[in-house]
Design a protein around this ligand. Structure first.
Ligand SMILES: NC(=O)c1ccc[n+]([C@@H]2O[C@H](COP(=O)([O-])OP(=O)(O)OC[C@H]3O[C@@H](n4cnc5c(N)ncnc54)[C@H](O)[C@@H]3O)[C@@H](O)[C@H]2O)c1
Ligand SMILES: CCCCC/C=C\C=C\[C@H](O)C/C=C\C/C=C\CCCC(=O)O
Length: 387
């Protein structure tokens, strides 16, 4: 399904917007007061909204649709490749919609934006947190979402794209309350039970949370090549401070009250002083400090993500071992800590020292059906029902 909308002098295309995130993105844009006209399989009988059908998997249908948008509005400023499914039983279809159609949609948009006298444009591809980490229960989906990021970041580096002021970015939400996570999982993922458990261990986001990030990346003129992760607990990743010159807000942060007072009274000398070397140096120092803090935060987020991945893999290991064993199984905490540490190192964590008591607590929290027992110097973990 495709949505077209026209927003205050701009035209955008959103794929797969009949429901879920695409619909939420469209509604957010409508709320901003833009006039909207869009297409889908259903027909919305509203003055501002119109749906027409399009299956992005069908090359000709997608191309024809895109050309119709241009015929009608003369231009496309924003292309949002959002349509997606998760079905490991139909992995080819999953890759066709999640990756091939995203490539197709991006190329259609790029081709058009390249030829529009340097007005540029934005291509926003919806990936997933599964685009930046392994997810054992849906490898094809995960591959498609990794592909979206690889494709988008690679194009973002192209001098041709930059020269034409085209920006390509990705949005990577964590689990969000839409239809894709509902329904039966048995035929859609590998190991539905574990998948459900993993999903339940994450806090589910409401679509508003993702829309908020969507609007931020939309308004960010420095978003070429950005990959914005959206999770319930963290801020949006890669939110850079895009100041290209010292601003009043920069001066506020360094508390240069004298200069600020002069600036706000329109003092012409002060206006020039704003660019005085010592003022500039202070603003730049302050900005460098802020960037360092941001880099440190982002590093912590990356480490947390690695820990989450390694832990999730241990959980999988527990259940797989139990499933494949006829007898009860017992795990030595020391062995688990070793595996966990090894995995963290493989994932690129530089300081992978593991606190085993903390690991034990985390495992017990993730798997309430386990119990810990001390035997001599060993701590053993086992399934309660096996005891
Ligand atoms: N909900 C989540 O947890 C989550 C998390 C990360 C990323 N995502 C991604 O967000 C995007 C939107 O998903 P959602 O959560 O809103 O799911 P959703 O199932 O509610 O919406 C997906 C939309 O895509 C449409 N669609 C499917 N195949 C299509 C096709 N061939 N052509 C045109 N439209 C098609 C569907 O009809 C539907 O309207 C997807 O790319 C999904 O992978 C979702
Ligand atoms: C119970 C079945 C879950 C089905 C989920 C369906 C769709 C989800 C789509 C999202 O794009 C997935 C979003 C985030 C997944 C990212 C990480 C999961 C980490 C898994 C782990 O911790 O092992």
């Amino acid at each position: 399904m495709i949505t077209i909308f026209n927003m205050t002098g701009k035209v955008a295309v959103v794929t797969g917007a009949a429901r879920g995130l695409g619909r939420a993105f469209t509604e957010a844009l409508l709320k901003r007061g833009d006039k909207v006209c869009f297409c889908d399989v259903d027909n919305f009988g509203d003055d501002n909204v119109q749906f027409l059908p399009c299956d992005v998997r069908k090359d000709q249908e997608f191309t024809d649709f895109f050309n119709r948008v241009i015929q009608k509005y003369n231009t496309v400023d924003i292309m949002i490749n959002n349509a997606g499914i998760l079905n490991e039983n139909q992995w080819r279809k999953t890759v066709d919609i999640n990756l091939t159609a995203v490539i197709h949609g991006s190329l259609l948009a790029m081709e058009h934006m390249r030829n529009r006298s340097n007005s540029g444009g934005l291509i926003l591809n919806v990936s997933s947190l599964a685009g930046v980490m392994p997810v054992s229960f849906c490898p094809a989906y995960t591959a498609s979402k990794h592909g979206v990021i690889g494709f988008s970041r690679s194009w973002a580096l192209q001098p041709e794209v930059r020269k034409n002021r085209i920006r390509i970015a990705c949005l990577c939400p964590s689990f969000t309350d839409t239809d894709i996570i509902k329904g039966t999982y048995d035929s859609r993922v590998h190991g539905p039970e574990l998948a459900r458990r993993v999903m339940n261990s994450y806090e589910l986001m409401v679509t508003d949370r993702v829309t908020e990030a969507f609007l931020r990346i939309l308004d960010d003129l420095d978003n070429n090549g950005k990959v914005m992760m959206v999770t319930p607990t963290r801020g949006n990743d890669n939110d850079n401070d895009n100041e290209t010159e010292p601003t009043i807000s920069g001066l506020c942060r360094i508390q240069d009250k004298q200069l600020l007072a002069k600036l706000s009274s329109g003092d012409v000398i002060a206006q020039k002083m704003k660019y005085h070397p010592s003022c500039l140096a202070a603003v730049y120092r302050e900005r460098a400090k802020k960037r360092q803090t941001e880099a440190e935060n982002s590093c912590t987020q990356e480490k947390n993500m690695m820990k989450e991945t390694a832990l999730a893999e241990l959980v999988t290991y527990f259940f797989e071992t139990r499933r494949n064993s006829e007898e009860s199984v017992v795990f030595r905490l020391a062995d688990l800590a070793y595996l966990y540490e090894e995995r963290l190192t493989q994932l690129g964590s530089s300081s992978a020292q593991v606190h085993s008591t903390r690991l034990r607590d985390k495992l017990l929290q993730k798997m309430p059906e386990l119990e810990a027992h001390t035997k001599g110097r060993d701590v053993l973990l086992m399934f309660k029902k096996d005891i």
